[in-house]
Design a protein around this ligand. Sequence first.
Ligand code: UDP
Length: 245
Amino acid sequence: MDKIASILGVRVNALTMDESVALLTKNTLAGKRTFVVTANAEIIMMAHEDPAYRELLLQRADLVLPDGAGTVWAGNYLGYRVPERVAGYDLYLRLLEEAAQHGIPVYFFGGKPGIADEAAAEAVRRWPGLKVAGCRNGYFKPEEEAAIVEGINNSGAGMLFAALGAPKQENWLDHYASSLEPALLMGIGGSFDVLAGKVQRAPRWMQEARLEWLYRLLKQPSRLGRMMALPKFVLAVRSEKKEKD
Ligand code: UDP
């Protein structure tokens, strides 16, 4: 894995979407454990500010992908070649397609009660061959976690998608990584809400104009606090660049 960018102390694998899909499908078919994080600016800022989360991304994630225009901009601005955005939701859909093609059972874990099931039903509608190993909502007490892990393992899933939001999903996957049997472990934030049709993705033109963040802010103004991470991210990247020069 030679294509690496270092952004605010986080190592990002500068792969394209196609490269990411090919690698993750190959690893899953080979039963090789791959813990994937799609790192947007907000995740990189969290890692920048929280040493434990940074340690998780650096030492225990197998692949950290450039999610979002901010991460791609930062990588290129700091002098690395980050070819394109590997957005978590897009990668998730591509992996579902591969799972359907290769007969890999998929587990949907997270979201409000019923949402994972709705997302799974929509996935099967899009890819009729898809094997849904199981679904579980993302609201649980600590004493239920062992049963959740057991349910995932008994399901025979090869891919586990955890939609608990960052950093909860990464912390959960990391905590149980050695007990979980699926080869692929990936946090996907609010992706079930999008696939289930509860939350809309920004229109393509806004994504291409790098304005997806603005769309999300207009739709969910309560995200403003979280979004303050973005200008902080830009300032931190600029000062990292000054230090490098
Ligand atoms: N969620 C969950 N359990 C929790 C907290 C959140 O399953 O304890 C789900 C929530 O229902 C939502 C997702 O995690 O579907 C987080 O969505 P958000 O839009 O915050 O994620 P992002 O894509 O921005 O990381």
